[in-house]
Ligand binder design. Sequence first.
Ligand SMILES: C[S@@+](CC[C@H](N)C(=O)[O-])C[C@H]1O[C@@H](n2cnc3c(N)ncnc32)[C@H](O)[C@@H]1O
Length: 541
Amino acid sequence: MSPPSHWPSNIRYISTCTYHSSVSPATRVFLTQGESAAPKTFDGPSSVAIKRISDSAHPAHGQFGLFAAKKIKPHAHIVDYVGEIHCDERESDYDLSLFRNATLNVGIDACRTGNEGRFVNDYRGIPGQDKPNAVFVEVRKPSGELGIRIESCRLIKKGEEIVVSYGKAWWLARKDKDFAFMHARLSSKGFSSFLAFYSCARVQPHHSSRSFSLHRPQCLHNNVSRVAAKRSIHSSAPLRAQKDPYQVLGVERDATAAQIKKVYFQLARKYHPDTSTDKGAQEKFVEIQGAYDILKDEKKRQMYDQYGATSQEPGFDPNAFSGFSGFQGFGGSSFGGKESDLFSQLFQGMSGMSGGRGFSQSARGGVEDGMTLRMPKRGDAPISGKGNPGDLLVRINVTPSKDFSRQGNNLYHKTRLPMHVALLGGKVRVPTLDGDVDVRVPGGTQQDEEMVLKGRGVPSPHGSDAGDLFVAFSVQLPRSLTNHQRQLIQQYADDIEGRTSETTSNSNEASAADDDAVQHDAQKKNADFKKGNEKKRRATA
Ligand SMILES: C[S@@+](CC[C@H](N)C(=O)[O-])C[C@H]1O[C@@H](n2cnc3c(N)ncnc32)[C@H](O)[C@@H]1O
């Protein structure tokens, strides 16, 4: 298929998504073999044109945008968002989240390969566009493949730019990255671009992105959530990848229960930590147990076969994949420090559903990013008008925390430890979900050593034990020492190295004098610098 006009020569034009090697076979099955949706009338790419943006007031001036090549009716399928489906981490401005939960993070990246959809801009700052006229919609295609398409929200006139919302969080996450760049442009090109980025970024009080961009659900229409979700790139705690249990046990996918059991016993014997001399035996043994736990249970196995590793996560709801097509799970493993923060983004983007009513709802402690909550009878009324409304399935989207990262119900916090406390022992103040606590640190605590605060993690939504809080220590060395401190440390060094203090006292004095000279010099330079600034200020005033 030949690319449309203005297609950049360095990007491969494709009409269907490709799959990167980071997508495991089980994930691929989940992504491609879902319940298919009824096809929607679709004009194909003929309804759009890629154009270079020549309007200097447009914040993406000089780049490209997607335009209506003819009149587009409301709620029409404009074009698919096509690219490379992947499960690895990427820093790409064309990477849209396709699916995410606690173990799986799937994106469609159209950076190097894609179709017209990759040129759709955000409406913010574009003259004459005060709202998006299109949305990203997650769909199961007639083939059963999970995908994203761009649909119109309203009538779009021929020649009009097609614009979506990337979500406030996307802009907030970009703020820091763009600030310096935009600032540089400000002096030469005026305000418009800067304001477009900065003003959008400022309005977001909190967000669930960890370190990069993300899009969020924008408008919900009927039972379909419209969402544009940029995947965030760094998890503050790595996602635990559930290994393919068939691979772990080395059995075929159609192995019988008896075959699986036999292999399991062989492997368990081989890697039993009490008897095995194998280096990684313990880890391997745990893996084998995990794999057998899934495959020995008919129901778990069937869920795994159908939905992959994600099906084994707490709170997994298979119904969520057919009825609810939201895909806003981007908060990742980080989460809000206090429970109120934890849920502050719950139900974000829900207004428009249930006849346009927005609402809020509290949730039990311990829910995780990517979990689905079912709210009986809060869904849409049947099209026929008769009968009860359906259930509302809410995918949880957890706000990241500056204090903690999260894995399952366990929390992780890194705290600074002054050198003398690390050496001699003492107390440090550590944040927990219930407020700060003093933790006693033993003398001789090493860099990155961890302490576990039992039960101070996330409460389990299923009523079982709460997780633990792991506190890792980062030992802080002083950058400079006073003479007295230097002497004390020197004595310590002498003691360790078996020197007498006399032999070092002379050289010590010399080096302290050198240091004093250096410090004095630095202070003087600093003062000169301040004076220089003061002079400059006076000159410009
Ligand atoms: C998915 S691409 C959109 C297509 C892009 N304009 C191009 O020519 O390749 C996203 C990038 O477009 C630019 N962009 C999109 N909407 C924008 C807006 N409202 N203001 C400023 N830049 C925007 C940003 O550079 C962003 O990283």
